[in-house]
Design a protein around this ligand. Structure first.
Ligand SMILES: Nc1ncnc2c1ncn2[C@@H]1O[C@H](COP(=O)(O)OP(=O)(O)O)[C@@H](O)[C@H]1O
Ligand SMILES: [Mg+2]
Length: 493
């Protein structure tokens, strides 16, 4: 009997179905790898088991018994633990507090810290994880934070452990200790679902392999009877049914040139050119180094080696402020964290990056500021009744437009978009694409990081592919094919 059995799982976000009736089953005491391109639905499917998302239809059985997993607490009760792609430990708390959060030993109504640290110490020792139970979570490296999350799963006696791309941020040595823990868990009949793009690792650790494509189940193989090429072949081929409002404009001179840029561990020896009128797509698997590369081009980090030229002149980009002065804008992936101050008004968010432009002898020129905000609301079609409303009251699509408005008034020449339409409804998506086209048709240029194959292929003039922090190749629009792009993504994995 299967430990977990999913049948016909469907899930939509904002009216768009992303899981179209997926089946999946996990045997106790095995590692089951889940593979598929970015956006295939792996994380979403796992979040359904972990109680993060409730599926719209379909059934979940654990030990043959049908269950409803309506919350993470319920999942935990059923023995499910998920180590997320984006870890969410409580960073200010200690290792021990993170492991036993909500289950702390107590005495007379107070947390018994002596006991908490003692039992954490025993647990970590048993698991051979050399971490101090009193250490603050934030002082640990990502790999160690991950180990703590695994220790937590084990301490909960989880029987179903889901690991979402656990090795994307850790070194080979750390992979060895991770695999040792996985083998220990297997021996205790735990079932492990392992999401990864790293073929070599998968063949080392997995018993079964399932491929998802475009929110559908493709096939399951025993790891011993399938090879690399078969897996890749089965992953590609997302249906390209969406229409994109792409307009091609004449390509002009080089506006940005990057030569051999390196920041060890983040991106290595990257060279590319960006031209006026161009949307240059950056594609890669999660962790390929795309965002890290863009952080350096926006002055948030500094490359160790290599050169950056703007309009033919070599430049050092010292800080984001410097980047903005040089005409670069960066629309982050993390709209809510870095892009916007959510409780603040649409109005104030819009002028946040350019307040000094409205200053005259220390005073803000209200009239000028009002005018600029009104212009942007109009130009970008931001749907808001009153610009004094907090930006958090807007839909995802309109929030993204406020981020854009903020950048547009800095008069950028180059905009870097990091996952421009993640979590945005279809209508707003299309409007954002139109704004992008309009921007490049004025002789400006765009770099677009995208993990959505249809978007990358639909909107880019050219695509650069990174694989495992390295430049893997590039394709012009005529050469675009999913197969070619995916092959390049896996080149250095
Ligand atoms: N919270 C969300 N809101 C809206 N769309 C989402 C959300 N989470 C995932 N999606 C969309 O669902 C699809 C599958 O995403 P995901 O499960 O993260 O894929 P994978 O883990 O295989 O890369 C993608 O098109 C993604 O944009
Ligand atoms: Mg994922």
């Amino acid at each position: 009997m299967s430990l977990v059995e999913l049948k016909g799982i469907r899930k939509s976000f904002y009216g768009v179905e992303v899981l179209h009736g997926v089946d999946f089953s996990l045997r106790a005491g095995t590692v089951h790898a889940l593979m598929g391109e970015n956006g295939a639905g792996k994380s979403t499917l796992m979040k359904v088991i972990a109680g993060v998302h409730k599926c719209d239809s379909g059934s979940i059985r654990i030990d043959g018994k049908e269950v409803e997993i309506e919350s993470p607490a319920k999942a935990q009760e059923l023995g499910v633990a998920m180590i997320h792609q984006e870890l969410s430990p409580v960073l200010e708390m200690s290792v021990a507090e993170n492991i036993y959060l909500g289950r702390e030993p107590s005495h007379l109504g107070f947390v018994d810290y002596a006991q908490l640290y003692r039992q954490t110490g025993e647990l970590l020792e048993e698991l051979r994880i050399p971490i101090n139970p009193r250490a603050k979570m934030k002082s640990l490296r990502v790999a160690d934070q991950q180990m703590v999350e695994i220790a937590k799963a084990i301490s909960q006696n989880a029987r179903i452990v889901i690991m979402d791309e656990p090795t994307s941020a850790i070194t080979d040595n750390e992979v060895d200790s991770l695999f040792r823990m996985i083998r220990d868990m297997k021996a205790r009949d735990v079932g492990i679902i392992y999401i990864s793009h790293k073929m070599a690792e998968i063949f080392q650790i997995a018993d079964d392999i399932t491929v998802l494509r475009d929110g559908t189940y493709v096939n399951t193989w025993s790891a011993s009877e399938v090879d690399n090429d078969t897996l890749i072949h089965n992953m590609v081929g997302r249906e390209l049914k969406e229409q994109f409002p792409k307009i091609t404009v004449p390509i002009g001179e080089t506006v940005l040139q990057v030569n051999n840029l390196t920041l060890t561990g983040q991106y290595e020896d990257i060279s590319f050119e960006l031209h006026r009128g161009e949307i240059l797509g950056f594609v890669g698997l999660v962790g390929a180094g795309r965002t890290e590369l863009m952080h350096s081009i926006f002055g948030m980090t500094h490359p160790e080696q290599g050169e950056i030229y703007l309009n033919g002149t070599q430049v050092q980009i010292k800080s984001p402020k410097d980047a903005i002065q040089k005409g670069i804008a960066y629309v982050t992936e993390d709209r809510k964290g870095e892009g916007l101050v959510l409780p603040m008004s649409v109005y104030h968010n819009t002028t946040l990056a350019s307040l000094k432009d409205f200053e005259s002898s220390g005073l803000i020129q209200k009239a000028k500021e009002d005018k600029v905000v009104a212009e942007q609301v109009e130009a970008l079609g931001i749907k808001v009744n009153n610009v004094r409303l907090p930006v958090k009251s807007l839909s995802g699509g309109n929030q993204q437009k406020v981020v854009l408005a903020k950048w547009m008034i800095t008069s950028p020449d180059i905009i870097i978009f990091d996952e421009p339409t993640r979590g945005i409804d279809v209508g707003a998506k299309s409007e954002i694409y139109k704004i992008m086209c309009q921007f490049v048709s004025q002789g400006h240029a765009i770099i677009m990081i995208s993990s959505e194959m249809p978007e990358a292929m639909g909107m880019s003039d050219r695509i650069v592919v990174l694989s495992n922090h390295k430049y893997s190749g590039e394709l012009s629009r005529e050469e675009f094919s999913q197969e070619a792009i995916v092959q390049m993504q896996f080149k250095y994995m």
